[in-house]
Design a protein around this ligand. Structure first.
Ligand code: DAH
Length: 354
């Protein structure tokens, strides 16, 4: 090679640079600059054919020798550098990185839960505590103690979700068809706490799910929510809880929840558990663009003495009123929801609007 000083220069330059290269990136750059397809050693190989005939073989051999030496030096350097010459491992996955879902959409409470809480808050301001009862009930609490005797059409197996066969079991279990069951549970518990006697007034509302095997359509669902109210107090001579008090309570509720424009109306009707009984209607402008109209909300009345007695409450000493209405109907009215099924499908496009 000594006869070709430019090869000797190139070699010493290449080896000097190689021994100075201390990391992978520099070595890679060095490799492409000398040994790559467009590198300096390759360029020399391309020149072999231009060398005058008598020197061509010697030049070619020298270039090949240079190529081999430089390749060997490269391999040696890589081995000497060991780990440092290996590609760095790919960065680990950062599990704290936000995902693709918009990370700032935190969701909100379901409309039914919001309305339920608004309702219990309005009644709380009038002194009603919140009570709960089981959704899996029995026929005693859903019917018998509410003065709905055997043979009553409301108990038909076609209209209820029985768990036990009502023809075979004495008090068959069922999914409750009304929150009126909680009236019974609360009175029984109060009587038990009083050692067999009611000792204090009861003033509760009981929101919750109820189940009926209705065919699903825009206004019916096999599961929906009701809120029940019960106020029982001592009968005092010429006093006690009156129909006027029932009506005032419902009137105040309507004003607080729907605004000063709201009105109520009681229409006489029949319920087994109240006497007298009334249908509760609400007069309301549901949306600014709609006319004021009456809508049926639920039922109410003065608690039937048979119901008090079946819960162990002395009907000579105590009396009061009860009411119950559907939460979906109220929510749909207040928020202009046209189809009850929208409340249960959990379609985000719906949930984000209400
Ligand atoms: N439980 C009745 C129903 O589901 C509603 C109802 C009517 C409840 C009158 C009451 C009441 O407490 O007094 O249709």
């Amino acid at each position: 090679m000594s006869q070709f000083p430019e090869l000797a220069n190139l070699k010493s330059q290449a080896l000097a640079e190689l021994s100075a290269a201390a990391d992978l990136a520099t070595i890679e750059a060095w490799k492409s600059s000398y040994l790559g397809g467009k590198g300096k050693v390759k360029a020399l190989m391309g020149q072999i054919k231009n060398v005058p005939g008598d020197q061509r073989a010697a030049f070619g051999a020298a270039v090949n020798g240079l190529n081999q030496e430089v390749e060997a030096a490269f391999a040696e350097r890589v081995a000497a550098l060991g780990d440092k010459a290996r590609p760095a491992p790919a960065p680990a996955v950062d599990v704290t990185e936000p995902g693709y879902i918009e990370s700032n959409s935190i969701g909100r409470r379901h409309i039914i839960n919001r309305v339920r809480d608004e309702l219990t808050q309005v009644f709380a301001r009038m002194g009603f505590a919140v009570a709960e009862g089981p959704e899996l009930e029995d026929d005693a609490h859903n019917f018998v103690k509410l003065n709905i005797p055997p043979g009553h059409p409301a108990r038909d197996a076609i209209d209820n979700f029985y768990i036990d066969d009502p023809l075979k079991v004495a008090s068959p279990r069922m999914l409750r068809s009304q929150t009126s069951t909680v009236q019974v549970r609360v009175m029984e518990a109060a009587v038990a706490a009083g050692g067999g006697k009611l000792k204090n007034p009861i003033k509760i509302v009981a929101p919750g799910r109820v189940y009926r095997p209705d065919t699903v359509d825009a206004t019916h669902s096999f599961m929906f929510h009701q809120i029940e109210g019960l106020y029982i107090d001592r009968l005092t001579p010429g006093g006690g809880v009156s129909v006027a008090e029932l009506k005032t309570t419902l009137f105040q509720f309507a004003k607080s929840y729907f605004g000063p424009e709201a009105e109520i109306r009681l229409r006489p009707t029949f319920f087994p558990f109240t006497e007298p009984s009334a249908e509760l209607d609400l007069k309301i402008r549901l949306r600014p663009e709609q006319p004021v109209r009456w809508m049926e909300l639920g039922g109410c009345g003065m608690v039937h003495p048979n119901v008090l007695a079946s819960c162990g409450v002395d009907a000579e000493q105590w009396g009061g009123f009860a009411f119950g209405f559907g939460i979906e109907r109220l929510a749909m009215g207040k928020y202009g929801i046209p189809d009850i099924r929208m409340l249960y499908q959990n379609d985000l496009r719906f949930l984000q609007q209400v």
